[in-house]
Design a protein around this ligand. Structure first.
Ligand code: SF4
Length: 395
């Protein structure tokens, strides 16, 4: 049996991609109101079925990081929203619910998407190049980005994922082993909101020798993040902008908590890569890119990997054009001039800007074609020509 067949067998033909398994609509408007949302469950299965929805009872699991309040209310302390949630209500993310004064996640073991991806697709360029990541997601997100590429699951209620299947932590770890994936990636939607599922899966993976990487918007409070980091091997954070106004207007969230999360990850020395989706007219000014690059240099050092990613019209920003290639090149030059040594441009076919160049001698040490490894010339993480050490996790 080949690896593709093994995955197919394990998932029973269930979950093949983000959009495929999602029923018609996005998260209802009332379910995104701050601080807490519509009354949603538990609902009788027949009534859910009549609406084309599915019961999530099998994925209900006690939540971490919350506090009880009077009148059976709870405050969720997982992310900076700190939703105050009444009995039988949910938080902003729609995937955590108050039941009688106790808080629960509704997506523990719910694979809304599961795929095997090249690690370069996450993208991680300095983490086990050329390996594959067993990639999973659950419904929900604690942000609402107007340029979201995966809004079908990130903005859906757990009941709306028609193709969701049981994939508990031990089964994810076993699946990664069977399919010869070096890591498990928590990705596509926002893993912060399926925190308990991610945490236990990362532990199960480590017990089997499989590593874990989180692909996140970084909208998580420092305490839960610190508890999680020992069980992760790398973190990718999407920095949406370096302006508070843009976070408010385009993501319904705030900049500072994301900067704090980056600082925490960098501070504990966990491998970190940053993606900056360059949206025309939104976050592409030279001043903003320069300020962001300088801040990153100061917090994470010149060896942090920064990816400028090309925007394509999506979700609520279909009125904007794709990012001009000249803008991406300007961003690249700006970040390099600020002192960052490993800057990449993604979502375009440009091997020159997807490859790693040794800062010591200018030699190409890792050659990539967009999101595919072509050649890794590093020797024990060092340039084969001059011996310069390139930061990352190489083995
Ligand atoms: S994870 Fe964030 S958005 Fe979801 S309930 Fe908790 S505080 Fe609210």
């Amino acid at each position: 049996m080949n690896r593709r067949d093994a995955l197919r067998l394990m998932l029973s033909g269930a979950v093949a991609g983000c959009a495929a398994g999602v029923s018609a609509c996005r998260r209802p408007t009332e379910a995104v109101a701050e601080p807490s949302s519509a009354v949603v469950g538990p609902e009788p299965e027949l009534r859910l079925a009549a609406q084309g929805l599915r019961s999530v009872e099998r994925w209900v699991h006690p939540a971490l990081h919350y506090e009880r309040r009077e009148k059976k209310r709870v405050v969720c302390r997982l992310c900076p929203r700190e939703c105050l949630v009444g009995d039988r209500e949910r938080g902003f993310c729609g995937s955590r619910e108050n039941r009688g004064g106790s808080y629960y996640t509704l997506v523990y073991g719910q694979a809304a998407a599961a795929n095997i991806d090249p690690i370069e697709k996450k993208p991680f360029f300095h983490f086990l190049p050329g390996t594959r990541a067993f990639s999973i997601a659950a419904a929900g997100c604690n942000m609402d980005c107007r340029a979201c590429q995966n809004w079908e699951i990130s903005q859906a209620r757990p009941e709306q994922i028609a193709g969701a299947r049981d994939l508990p932590p031990a089964q994810v770890a076993a699946g990664a082993l069977q399919t010869r994936c070096s890591s498990i990636a928590y990705t596509y939607s926002e893993p912060t909101v399926f925190y308990e599922y991610m945490l236990d899966t990362a532990k199960a993976g480590h017990a089997q020798g499989v590593r874990s990487v989180m692909v996140s918007g970084g909208y998580i409070r420092p305490g839960p993040l610190r508890q999680l980091l020992p069980h992760l091997d790398a973190v990718k954070i999407d920095l949406k902008s370096f302006r508070e106004e843009t976070y408010v207007d385009y993501c319904r969230s705030h900049l500072q908590p994301v900067l704090d999360a980056i600082r925490v990850v960098a501070g504990v020395g966990k491998w970190l890569e940053i993606v900056y989706l360059v949206v025309p007219g939104v976050n592409d000014s030279s001043t903003e890119v320069r300020d962001m690059s300088r801040w990153l240099l100061q917090v994470a050092g010149p060896g942090v990997a920064l990816h400028f990613s090309r925007f394509f019209p999506a979700y609520q920003l279909t009125n904007l054009p794709p990012t001009p290639l000249s803008t991406l090149e300007r961003c690249y030059q700006t970040a390099r001039a600020a002192g960052l040594q490993y800057v990449y441009v993604g979502n375009i076919a440009d091997p020159r800007r997807a490859s790693t160049v040794c800062p010591g001698c200018g030699e190409v040490v890792v050659r990539r074609d967009a999101m595919r490894l072509i050649e890794n010339r590093l020797r024990n993480g060092s340039c084969p020509k001059c011996g310069h050490r390139v930061p990352g996790v190489w083995a």
